[in-house]
Design a protein around this ligand. Sequence first.
Ligand SMILES: C[S@@+](CC[C@H](N)C(=O)[O-])C[C@H]1O[C@@H](n2cnc3c(N)ncnc32)[C@H](O)[C@@H]1O
Length: 206
Amino acid sequence: MDWNQAYLDANTPWDKGMPSPVLVELLGELSINAKIVVPGCGTGNDIVALLDANPTSVIGIDIAPEAIARLRKRFDGNPVVHPVLGDFVLHAKEHPASADVVIEHTCFCAIPVAMRSAYASACSQILRPGGKVMGVFYWMPRDTDDITIGPPFQTSEAELHELFGPDFDLHISVASVGFPDRVGRELRVVMTRRPIVNDERTQGSV
Ligand SMILES: C[S@@+](CC[C@H](N)C(=O)[O-])C[C@H]1O[C@@H](n2cnc3c(N)ncnc32)[C@H](O)[C@@H]1O
């Protein structure tokens, strides 16, 4: 998938021009002054909502130069928002234990399924102990069990436990709010990073 070309072609059906209703619902669970990272942030619709929680910083990371260019323009002069052009997995390696919260919305479902364990390790790496992954995971984007169709690639509660369970305590429910075409197809997820005990992934060795 050429994400940058999709932005250049305005072929971005995922970009709803507003934050995910699930994230808006989760804002009450964000502590103030948090250092937040948003992987696959696109043009920053979710970041608009996150600013209401008075964070210390919001790092928006995306591999598509066009998305990051639009993000820079959108938040030009805002001292809290830091656009980063790059791969979330590499960024996490370079910034271990630097964040309080990772916000997930349509990044996990966009990456190849084979990259998912690297994504989960990146969340473990970039969060301080006690930090959280919060957000919305696409559970069933289409009426099929075929996990190879995508993006978006679907997931399951069992897969999230398998990937994140070793390092996180997970709270998962089917989201009761959402964009009209997604209600009942997304999981509302809050995962809390357990204390780190001799974890080589936090030492940049993945
Ligand atoms: C489906 S779009 C969602 C964008 C945004 N979250 C939204 O809802 O508007 C997926 C985004 O993830 C970005 N992306 C894909 N792989 C990535 C990676 N490894 N690191 C950072 N961003 C990535 C793409 O460039 C794209 O902007």
